[in-house]
Design a protein. Structure first.
Length: 254
Protein backbone atom coordinates (compact mmCIF):
# COMPACT_ATOMS: atom_id res chain seq x y z
CA UNK A 1 0.00 0.00 0.00
CA UNK A 2 1.37 3.42 -0.99
CA UNK A 3 1.91 5.73 1.98
CA UNK A 4 1.61 8.75 -0.29
CA UNK A 5 -1.96 7.56 -0.77
CA UNK A 6 -3.55 10.12 1.59
CA UNK A 7 -2.09 12.93 -0.50
CA UNK A 8 -3.20 11.25 -3.72
CA UNK A 9 -6.70 10.81 -2.34
CA UNK A 10 -6.90 14.40 -1.12
CA UNK A 11 -5.64 15.70 -4.47
CA UNK A 12 -8.44 13.99 -6.41
CA UNK A 13 -11.31 14.01 -3.91
CA UNK A 14 -10.86 17.48 -2.41
CA UNK A 15 -9.79 21.01 -3.23
CA UNK A 16 -7.14 20.97 -0.50
CA UNK A 17 -3.63 22.04 -1.55
CA UNK A 18 -1.43 18.99 -1.95
CA UNK A 19 2.27 18.87 -2.95
CA UNK A 20 2.46 17.85 -6.59
CA UNK A 21 5.27 15.35 -5.99
CA UNK A 22 3.25 13.60 -3.29
CA UNK A 23 0.18 13.25 -5.49
CA UNK A 24 1.67 12.16 -8.78
CA UNK A 25 -0.38 8.95 -8.91
CA UNK A 26 -4.05 7.98 -8.53
CA UNK A 27 -3.34 4.55 -7.01
CA UNK A 28 -4.07 5.75 -3.48
CA UNK A 29 -7.27 7.64 -4.23
CA UNK A 30 -9.82 5.01 -3.20
CA UNK A 31 -7.95 3.07 -0.49
CA UNK A 32 -7.52 6.27 1.53
CA UNK A 33 -10.90 7.81 0.70
CA UNK A 34 -12.37 6.99 4.16
CA UNK A 35 -9.55 8.94 5.82
CA UNK A 36 -10.33 11.92 3.59
CA UNK A 37 -13.98 11.48 4.58
CA UNK A 38 -13.01 11.62 8.23
CA UNK A 39 -11.33 14.99 7.69
CA UNK A 40 -14.12 16.39 5.52
CA UNK A 41 -16.77 15.15 7.92
CA UNK A 42 -15.03 16.81 10.84
CA UNK A 43 -14.88 20.12 8.98
CA UNK A 44 -18.55 19.88 8.01
CA UNK A 45 -19.66 18.90 11.51
CA UNK A 46 -17.67 21.70 13.11
CA UNK A 47 -19.12 24.25 10.70
CA UNK A 48 -22.61 22.92 11.32
CA UNK A 49 -22.26 23.22 15.07
CA UNK A 50 -20.97 26.79 14.85
CA UNK A 51 -23.71 27.77 12.42
CA UNK A 52 -26.33 26.25 14.71
CA UNK A 53 -25.05 28.09 17.76
CA UNK A 54 -24.70 31.45 16.03
CA UNK A 55 -27.78 31.37 13.81
CA UNK A 56 -29.99 28.26 13.62
CA UNK A 57 -29.86 24.54 12.91
CA UNK A 58 -31.10 25.21 9.38
CA UNK A 59 -28.28 27.69 8.75
CA UNK A 60 -25.79 25.25 10.21
CA UNK A 61 -27.03 22.53 7.85
CA UNK A 62 -26.80 24.80 4.81
CA UNK A 63 -23.29 25.91 5.75
CA UNK A 64 -22.15 22.31 6.24
CA UNK A 65 -23.52 21.14 2.88
CA UNK A 66 -22.06 24.23 1.17
CA UNK A 67 -18.65 23.61 2.74
CA UNK A 68 -18.62 20.01 1.54
CA UNK A 69 -19.47 21.16 -1.98
CA UNK A 70 -16.68 23.73 -1.80
CA UNK A 71 -14.06 21.36 -0.41
CA UNK A 72 -14.85 18.73 -3.05
CA UNK A 73 -15.12 21.26 -5.90
CA UNK A 74 -18.66 20.01 -6.43
CA UNK A 75 -17.27 16.97 -8.26
CA UNK A 76 -19.46 14.43 -6.49
CA UNK A 77 -22.57 16.54 -7.06
CA UNK A 78 -21.61 16.83 -10.72
CA UNK A 79 -21.21 13.05 -10.83
CA UNK A 80 -24.64 12.62 -9.28
CA UNK A 81 -26.26 14.88 -11.89
CA UNK A 82 -24.45 13.21 -14.80
CA UNK A 83 -25.31 9.73 -13.52
CA UNK A 84 -28.97 10.66 -13.14
CA UNK A 85 -29.02 11.94 -16.72
CA UNK A 86 -27.38 8.76 -17.95
CA UNK A 87 -29.49 6.29 -16.00
CA UNK A 88 -32.78 8.20 -15.90
CA UNK A 89 -34.17 8.31 -19.44
CA UNK A 90 -34.44 5.12 -21.49
CA UNK A 91 -31.23 5.06 -23.53
CA UNK A 92 -28.91 2.36 -24.79
CA UNK A 93 -25.52 1.93 -23.12
CA UNK A 94 -23.48 3.90 -25.62
CA UNK A 95 -25.87 6.84 -25.63
CA UNK A 96 -26.06 6.89 -21.81
CA UNK A 97 -22.26 7.03 -21.53
CA UNK A 98 -22.12 9.73 -24.18
CA UNK A 99 -24.63 11.85 -22.26
CA UNK A 100 -22.66 11.41 -19.04
CA UNK A 101 -19.44 12.53 -20.74
CA UNK A 102 -21.00 15.57 -22.39
CA UNK A 103 -20.90 17.74 -19.25
CA UNK A 104 -24.36 19.22 -19.81
CA UNK A 105 -26.95 18.78 -17.06
CA UNK A 106 -30.40 17.70 -18.21
CA UNK A 107 -33.76 17.69 -16.41
CA UNK A 108 -33.14 14.38 -14.64
CA UNK A 109 -29.83 15.65 -13.36
CA UNK A 110 -31.24 18.97 -12.18
CA UNK A 111 -34.19 17.35 -10.40
CA UNK A 112 -31.96 14.76 -8.73
CA UNK A 113 -29.46 17.39 -7.63
CA UNK A 114 -32.08 19.73 -6.16
CA UNK A 115 -33.96 16.98 -4.33
CA UNK A 116 -30.76 15.46 -2.98
CA UNK A 117 -29.49 18.77 -1.60
CA UNK A 118 -32.89 19.53 -0.09
CA UNK A 119 -32.93 16.15 1.64
CA UNK A 120 -29.39 16.59 2.94
CA UNK A 121 -30.11 20.05 4.35
CA UNK A 122 -33.48 19.08 5.84
CA UNK A 123 -32.14 15.96 7.56
CA UNK A 124 -28.96 17.68 8.74
CA UNK A 125 -31.05 20.52 10.20
CA UNK A 126 -33.24 18.02 12.05
CA UNK A 127 -30.17 16.30 13.45
CA UNK A 128 -28.50 19.55 14.48
CA UNK A 129 -31.62 20.51 16.41
CA UNK A 130 -30.99 17.52 18.71
CA UNK A 131 -28.22 16.81 21.18
CA UNK A 132 -25.09 15.49 19.48
CA UNK A 133 -26.78 15.15 16.07
CA UNK A 134 -23.59 16.47 14.49
CA UNK A 135 -22.15 12.98 14.95
CA UNK A 136 -24.52 11.62 12.33
CA UNK A 137 -23.46 14.30 9.87
CA UNK A 138 -19.80 13.46 10.40
CA UNK A 139 -20.48 9.75 10.04
CA UNK A 140 -22.49 10.23 6.82
CA UNK A 141 -19.52 11.87 5.12
CA UNK A 142 -17.26 8.97 6.07
CA UNK A 143 -19.84 6.42 4.92
CA UNK A 144 -19.91 8.14 1.53
CA UNK A 145 -16.17 7.62 1.07
CA UNK A 146 -16.45 3.99 2.16
CA UNK A 147 -19.06 3.50 -0.55
CA UNK A 148 -16.72 5.09 -3.09
CA UNK A 149 -13.81 2.91 -1.95
CA UNK A 150 -15.94 -0.14 -2.68
CA UNK A 151 -15.61 0.57 -6.41
CA UNK A 152 -11.88 -0.08 -6.22
CA UNK A 153 -12.23 -3.71 -5.10
CA UNK A 154 -10.82 -6.40 -7.40
CA UNK A 155 -13.30 -7.59 -9.98
CA UNK A 156 -15.30 -4.37 -10.24
CA UNK A 157 -16.08 -3.70 -13.89
CA UNK A 158 -15.17 -0.34 -15.45
CA UNK A 159 -17.41 1.25 -18.07
CA UNK A 160 -15.97 1.88 -21.51
CA UNK A 161 -14.13 5.17 -21.83
CA UNK A 162 -13.76 5.86 -18.09
CA UNK A 163 -10.18 7.02 -17.55
CA UNK A 164 -10.58 7.45 -13.79
CA UNK A 165 -12.30 4.09 -13.51
CA UNK A 166 -9.38 2.39 -15.26
CA UNK A 167 -6.84 4.27 -13.15
CA UNK A 168 -8.30 3.15 -9.81
CA UNK A 169 -9.57 -0.30 -10.80
CA UNK A 170 -8.45 -2.98 -8.38
CA UNK A 171 -6.53 -0.58 -6.15
CA UNK A 172 -8.42 -1.50 -2.95
CA UNK A 173 -7.41 -4.93 -1.59
CA UNK A 174 -10.25 -6.85 0.02
CA UNK A 175 -8.58 -7.11 3.45
CA UNK A 176 -7.78 -3.39 3.42
CA UNK A 177 -11.42 -2.53 2.66
CA UNK A 178 -12.69 -4.91 5.33
CA UNK A 179 -10.32 -3.36 7.85
CA UNK A 180 -11.51 0.14 6.90
CA UNK A 181 -15.14 -0.88 7.34
CA UNK A 182 -14.48 -2.44 10.75
CA UNK A 183 -12.42 0.54 11.92
CA UNK A 184 -15.06 3.05 10.82
CA UNK A 185 -17.80 0.97 12.45
CA UNK A 186 -15.82 0.80 15.69
CA UNK A 187 -15.20 4.56 15.68
CA UNK A 188 -18.85 5.33 14.94
CA UNK A 189 -20.09 2.95 17.61
CA UNK A 190 -17.65 4.28 20.21
CA UNK A 191 -18.42 7.93 19.42
CA UNK A 192 -22.15 7.31 19.41
CA UNK A 193 -21.98 5.48 22.74
CA UNK A 194 -19.77 8.14 24.30
CA UNK A 195 -21.91 11.11 23.30
CA UNK A 196 -25.42 9.67 22.95
CA UNK A 197 -25.40 6.33 24.74
CA UNK A 198 -26.26 2.91 23.29
CA UNK A 199 -29.20 4.29 21.31
CA UNK A 200 -26.90 6.80 19.63
CA UNK A 201 -24.38 4.09 18.74
CA UNK A 202 -27.13 1.88 17.31
CA UNK A 203 -28.57 4.80 15.35
CA UNK A 204 -25.21 5.70 13.81
CA UNK A 205 -24.47 2.12 12.79
CA UNK A 206 -27.96 1.59 11.37
CA UNK A 207 -27.71 4.80 9.37
CA UNK A 208 -24.29 3.77 8.06
CA UNK A 209 -25.58 0.39 6.91
CA UNK A 210 -28.52 2.02 5.13
CA UNK A 211 -26.20 4.51 3.44
CA UNK A 212 -23.91 1.74 2.17
CA UNK A 213 -26.87 -0.31 0.94
CA UNK A 214 -28.31 2.66 -0.95
CA UNK A 215 -24.96 3.20 -2.69
CA UNK A 216 -24.82 -0.52 -3.48
CA UNK A 217 -28.20 -0.34 -5.21
CA UNK A 218 -26.90 2.49 -7.40
CA UNK A 219 -23.69 0.59 -8.09
CA UNK A 220 -25.58 -2.48 -9.30
CA UNK A 221 -27.93 -0.39 -11.42
CA UNK A 222 -25.03 1.47 -13.01
CA UNK A 223 -23.07 -1.72 -13.64
CA UNK A 224 -26.03 -3.38 -15.32
CA UNK A 225 -26.87 -0.34 -17.42
CA UNK A 226 -23.42 1.05 -18.24
CA UNK A 227 -21.31 -2.07 -18.13
CA UNK A 228 -19.31 -0.85 -15.14
CA UNK A 229 -18.49 2.16 -13.01
CA UNK A 230 -17.21 5.57 -14.05
CA UNK A 231 -15.87 8.53 -12.10
CA UNK A 232 -19.37 10.02 -12.21
CA UNK A 233 -20.86 6.86 -10.73
CA UNK A 234 -18.31 6.93 -7.91
CA UNK A 235 -19.28 10.49 -7.04
CA UNK A 236 -22.97 9.66 -7.30
CA UNK A 237 -22.53 6.71 -4.95
CA UNK A 238 -20.94 9.04 -2.41
CA UNK A 239 -23.83 11.52 -2.56
CA UNK A 240 -26.44 8.76 -2.40
CA UNK A 241 -24.71 7.20 0.61
CA UNK A 242 -24.52 10.58 2.37
CA UNK A 243 -28.18 11.34 1.75
CA UNK A 244 -29.51 7.91 2.71
CA UNK A 245 -27.39 7.89 5.85
CA UNK A 246 -28.66 11.35 6.88
CA UNK A 247 -32.28 10.36 6.24
CA UNK A 248 -31.90 7.20 8.31
CA UNK A 249 -30.06 9.02 11.11
CA UNK A 250 -32.73 11.72 11.27
CA UNK A 251 -35.34 8.97 11.65
CA UNK A 252 -33.42 6.89 14.22
CA UNK A 253 -31.56 9.51 16.26
CA UNK A 254 -32.57 9.34 19.95
Amino acid sequence: MRWTGPFESAAVLTALPVPARAAASTRGVLPWAPLVGLLLGGAAAGTAVLGTRWISSFAGAVLAVALLALLTRGLHLDGLADTADGLGPFRDRERALEVMRSGDVGPFGVATLVLTLLLQVACAAALLATDDGWLALWAAVVVARLAMARTGLPGVAVAAGSSLGRAVAGTVPGPWFAGAVLLCAALAGAAGWLFAGPEGAAGLLAAAVIGVLAAEVLYRRATARLGGVTGDVMGAMGEVATTASLVAAAAFWP
